[in-house]
Design a protein around this ligand. Sequence first.
Ligand SMILES: Cc1cc2nc3c(=O)[nH]c(=O)nc-3n(C[C@H](O)[C@H](O)[C@H](O)COP(=O)(O)O)c2cc1C
Length: 234
Amino acid sequence: MEHETLEQVVTRARLAPSMLADQLERRFTWRGPFAGDTPQLYGWTRKDTQLVLDAPTRDWLAHLNDRASFEIMRGGPFRRELLSWMRLRDDHPRAPSDGLSRRALGLGKGRARLVPWQLGPLWPVMNALGRAKSLTAEAEMTRTAPVIACFHRPVTESPVETGRAYLRLCLEATHLGFAGWPMAALSDHPAAREEIEGRLAIDPDDRLVQVIRFGVPMGDPPPRARRPLSELIP
Ligand SMILES: Cc1cc2nc3c(=O)[nH]c(=O)nc-3n(C[C@H](O)[C@H](O)[C@H](O)COP(=O)(O)O)c2cc1C
């Protein structure tokens, strides 16, 4: 049996579920560059997560993410739904309540105005000219993330249990001073998911649920969009 180091025991105690509630308000998604320093993990480990730290594997995941994202983005209904969740104008009536705000997406006002055109009527033209790929490409930014976490859970587990474990993973990362940026395409795209499960030798009883970049963000959190409690519990 493998023995834990003292550092791992201390980290496990500091990351106990009861200690994580304070991190809820601090957690946020960061869609931008991460600081280049070596990540301070203090012996952080989880049985359900492979923390990818080596540059070649992170690079491979970054490119696979771009390929999978582009394939998913080629679907018109997907682009329409994505657009419906974007709050590209600051005065959008639902901007304070939900969706992806311009600032959360890291877009300037001018660039944000173009997005409905680029993901809408201009997409086929841009695609024909080979320009659509660069619209969805994130590899350069992904490479700045010092940690890429591949989160896997038993195939038979209830989604509620899986979601609870995922939130804990995110709160643990917050506790260590990291922000997260999911790469949902890698687990949504069946071929990409299988490639990762194979290369990382993920237990065949588990499935890859999410891949998420972690690191120290190089900027401030964007304003929060949160539904008022009265909307959730009328
Ligand atoms: C299962 C899951 C998958 C997600 N996938 C992505 C993703 O692929 N790309 C992304 O930018 N954000 C992704 N997100 C992040 C959400 O868009 C984000 O949590 C939401 O905008 C709320 O912002 P916050 O995390 O700052 O509170 C994902 C979140 C969850 C729970």
